[in-house]
Design a protein. Structure first.
Length: 354
């Protein structure tokens, strides 16, 4: 074990993480406002106002096109230095503690608090067809598995090669094209096995989750973040725009799933754009950004609690305007999640986990 390895700390990665955590809460708030059936969402409004669900759906499509994949990339970036510093046993024990305990808390504490019926149905589904919903902590469970696979596959020293160039545009485009049939395979597996098979939520997205986790490891090894330039950000946002404006509609015109066709383009494109943008504009930490970064993971885990409380309180008073309902749910949910997260991170035992 090498105790001398230290990873360079990028403040902008911490800032991206708390911004992504806010985006996740907003994403689920859109569902709670009536867009998705999540077990405690508001009822649908009158027909004349339901067109606004389309706006919320576009918002969710924007998020889903990149945000969890970028989470996997950032998480993977710190895998090598953590592994080298701690060694195999401590590395995996740390993952089991910091990711496994929140997953178990969600399964056996948070979900029953929200709905005993949902918790019972969840466990029943696992024994019937292997599907079990871990709530938002499916991400934690998946990271445990990915980290375990990394540990098993690791061979030799993971030294840093700073001379490895950033991938060329043609290589990025080629990879996005190659991923199209792989994404469809993920979609097929989800249709066969279910949406939460063994706790892995929405298998159709896993080809890009796996890819971005792997790219995060490579990005550390080859110091790609230091080599990320404006041209990559411009190329990335162009990829994302073209994918939504042309690739997805064209695929849909041929009766193909447009999301699966464009996914490689949107994930990589928006990730490059955001990484560079935050690197240039938000690579500093103030008092509030430090607090938000520190509490982001806990806020992510507990978000369903303030969201459920807000929905229950607001439902008798709800308007027939979905966008207003979304705002009323989203604002308290974000504030409440980070407030609870802050308290968790101040609790002597829990702060060692979160």
């Amino acid at each position: 074990m090498n105790n001398s390895i230290q990873v360079k700390r990028y403040d902008y990665l911490d800032n991206i993480k708390w911004v992504l955590a806010v985006l996740v809460i907003l994403h689920h708030s859109a569902g709670a406002a009536g867009l998705d059936q999540i077990g405690f969402n508001l009822p649908h409004v009158k027909e004349s106002m339901q067109y606004q669900y389309g706006v919320l759906s576009i918002f969710q499509s924007f998020n889903q096109s990149f945000f969890m994949s970028l989470f996997f990339f950032i998480s993977a970036y710190f895998v090598i230095p953590s592994f080298e510093r701690k060694g195999t046993r401590t590395f995996m024990l740390d993952k089991l503690k910091r990711l496994g305990i929140p997953t178990l808390m969600t399964l056996f504490i948070i979900t029953p608090i929200v709905s005993l019926e949902l918790a019972a149905s969840n466990l029943k589904g696992f024994f019937l067809n292997g599907n079990i919903s871990l709530g938002v902590t499916w991400f934690c469970w998946t990271l445990i598995v990915f980290s375990g696979v990394f540990t098993l596959c690791r061979t030799g020293s993971q030294k840093v090669y700073v001379d490895k160039p950033f991938p060329a545009p043609w290589q990025i485009l080629l990879f996005a094209v190659i991923m199209i049939p792989v994404n469809f395979f993920g979609l097929y597996m989800m249709e066969v096995l279910g949406s939460d098979f063994l706790g892995f939520h929405l298998l159709k997205y896993f080809p890009m989750y796996i890819s971005m986790f792997y790219f995060g490891i490579l990005a550390y090894r080859y110091q790609w973040l230091d080599k990320l330039e404006f041209k990559h950000a411009f190329f990335g946002i162009l990829m994302w725009i073209v994918a939504f404006a042309f690739i997805s509609p064209t695929a849909s015109g041929y009766d193909l799933n447009g999301e699966m066709v464009m996914r490689g383009f949107t994930v990589i494109g928006m990730s490059m754009f955001l990484l560079y943008s935050f690197k240039m504009l938000f690579n500093t930490k103030g008092q509030w950004s430090s607090i938000l970064a520190r509490t982001a993971f806990a806020a992510y885990v507990v978000q369903i609690i303030p969201m459920k409380l807000t929905v229950d309180f607001y439902q008798p008073l709800m308007t027939q305007t979905p966008l207003i309902n979304f705002a009323v749910i989203a604002i308290p949910s974000v504030i409440g999640s980070f407030a609870i997260g802050y308290l968790i991170c101040k609790t002597p035992v829990l702060k060692r986990i979160f």
